[in-house]
Design a binder for this molecule. Structure first.
Ligand SMILES: [Zn+2]
Length: 129
């Protein structure tokens, strides 16, 4: 399917290491169409269909517990982080997520990921075309 190919190509272009990790050198597994994937420097890539957004971790201010926007658990400072997502050229959104994203996505399930993706997408950035 062409949509799956475009995700693959986008990933390979933006995050070559993640692409290798997800698909392997000759993996026959179906490419992901929805999910969060750790990429370089503590960032996360959110993929939904042929759309991709990059989450950049920020240093959280204060000492309050964090509330994960994906699995909705309350997390300590060491278990979650605040991420910035550029949703348009001059606009960003802030999302709190568990740093252990695999377990977090397991708790949230596909429904939770869909909800998160619907908050982020569509982006209005030129590079997401
Ligand atoms: Zn979480």
């Amino acid at each position: 399917m062409s949509q799956e190919h475009s995700v693959r190509d986008l990933l390979r272009e933006l995050f070559p290491e993640t692409h290798r990790e997800l698909f392997g050198p000759d993996s026959n597994d179906a490419p992901p169409t929805l999910g969060l994937y750790p990429v370089a420097d503590g960032r996360l890539a959110l993929i939904h269909g042929d759309q991709l957004a990059e989450f950049t971790p920020l240093d959280p201010k204060g000492k309050n517990a964090l509330h994960c926007d994906l699995c909705h658990y309350t997390r300590s400072r060491s278990e979650a982080a605040l991420y910035r997502v550029m949703v348009a050229t001059r606009r960003s959104r802030y999302v709190t997520l568990c740093t252990a994203t695999e377990a977090c996505q397991g708790r949230a399930g596909r429904q939770g990921l869909e909800t998160l993706a619907n908050r982020i997408f569509p982006l209005e950035l030129p590079y997401t075309e």
